[in-house]
Write a protein that binds this ligand. Sequence first.
Ligand code: CTP
Length: 601
Amino acid sequence: MSALRRGKYPQVEPGAISLMHRAVAMCPSGLTVREALALVRRRHVRLLAVRDRGMFGLILPRDLIRAQALGLETRRAGDVAWRGIPAVTPGATEVTVRRHLLEGARAVLVREGRKLAGAIEPSAAALSRPALSLLPRLERQLPREMLGLLHQIGLAAESVGVRAYAVGGFVRDFLLGREAAELDIAVEGDGLALARRLASELGSRLVVHATFQTASLEGGGPVRIDVATAREERYREPGALPEVRPASLSQDLLRRDFSINAMALVLSPAGFGDLLDPLRGSADLARRRIRILHQLSFVEDPTRIFRAVRYQTRLGLTLDHNTRRALRLAADIGDYPALSGQRLTAELELVLTESAATQALLSLGRLGAFRILDQSYRFSPSAAKRVGDLGSLLRWLREHSIPLDVLALSLLALLAHLSREVAERCLKRLALAGEPLSRLTAALREAAVLARKLATQPQAPPSSRASLLRAHSLETLGGAWLAGAGRARREIEWFLAEGRATRPLLGGDDLLALGVAPGPRIGQLLDRLRDRRLDGVTATRDQELTLVRKWLLRAQASPAQPMGKASEGAWAAPSDNRPTALPAQRLGGGVGRGAKPPSEK
Ligand code: CTP
């Protein structure tokens, strides 16, 4: 029998108590960031713990320092706490502690009864797990051209003396079995040297952004390639563009938005295909969750709020608890003078390119994200209803090939319920100006009124219904569709699909040939012909020719009348067969759905 089995040597099972340090203190609730930092310095602690509904939260001094640098020293320290921190008893086994750390806990707290006894933090070495080779999967999953490109980038990197990694969306999408639209390369060393080398090898067009040490390559390969020198970032103000400086790949991964975007694939020949995943992005992908890497991520870069929701809807992921809290904190801070309206608008436009765009807008609304536009913004049930309906409107407009400004219509859905002042402040915050701003402002003012009018107007011939709607921009019509229901919506749909596009069959040249003098009269006559066609009075060229001749004769018969109000009467005499009631019915439907009496609809 061996010594071990005879129990000769004691089994070493140190347990939590022997793994913990005591440099942790409870942070009284209500302490500000500044006060919490003072506590950290006074007590020489590495961590502060907070209580959170029977659970523990953890405040990291580095998050407090970051918060202070961003001007948030008067906010509650608890706002930057990580929640849901596991706590164990002093006798808990090392295996239990390790399991918590491997699952991504920032630390494990040790408590004796209700008292905090200490904390166990993961060492950097414990977290750097061996890299997993994705090579077999790369060979199976990637098109040959793409795989060849990755090898070529690795070799080119080696020849200029740097190390290259595929990072970000490319790795994320590869692991999800999705095709990536572009390839992001991070370079340890001179990224621009690699970009130049690649551009000349591939024959791509190269655009260099020296300030950010990045370059884009287009053409010459299966996808667009963005090359960046691995870097760390420092944000001087919430929402400002970061200052960057070259750094290692691990630091580069750490500065990113979410764990799922913070993985790297080795491209250099030694280790080609190894997945570097120090922040456990692949585990988060498997659990279908989006996790930020530090609590002030959204405050530093509020555009990440839009990014989070894009990934959520596109990839079917959910925001984890801490990420949601961090997002609310950023929305709550609200005002980001250093974040330009153009960047905000660009992010919103990116959201709108997603196939589930309205779903994403709903999520943004419910998360309070639009408070970034204005602190008084509230996402009400009526806004949610409009955003919900927006999808059908956009689909309908696309099906009918009607030019649509998705951003304008989305803004109408998002802002119509607000007071005029708040809505206009939001539009200005998005840096809208000039014509687009005035069209949207008018639409916000007029849409609901128009919707009400359409819902209640007495039955009228198509020409007069069309003339009411023709006076409004597409934005106002879209806004009225969103504000209205049943009859108002059908009127707008009829106008957009048919009424608006109806033209007379004769053209200006035909009228000139009939003897009408050049000038504004041509346009007036064409408008009148269009109205007769809308009303179903005419349906052929011959009928229009006959009608114009009749009008000309009548005008000759009363030559003394100038072309103004009086002659208008002559041009539009009832004897030109102008209908008194819905004429489309007489012509078997004429201009279609809209020509039916509204009561039939
Ligand atoms: N990134 C970031 N914070 C931002 C923007 C980008 O951390 N505000 C990082 C992320 O790691 C991201 C990478 O830069 O993966 C590349 O950004 P981008 O090309 O915008 O996103 P992709 O990851 O390629 O995702 P997609 O284009 O599919 O949205």
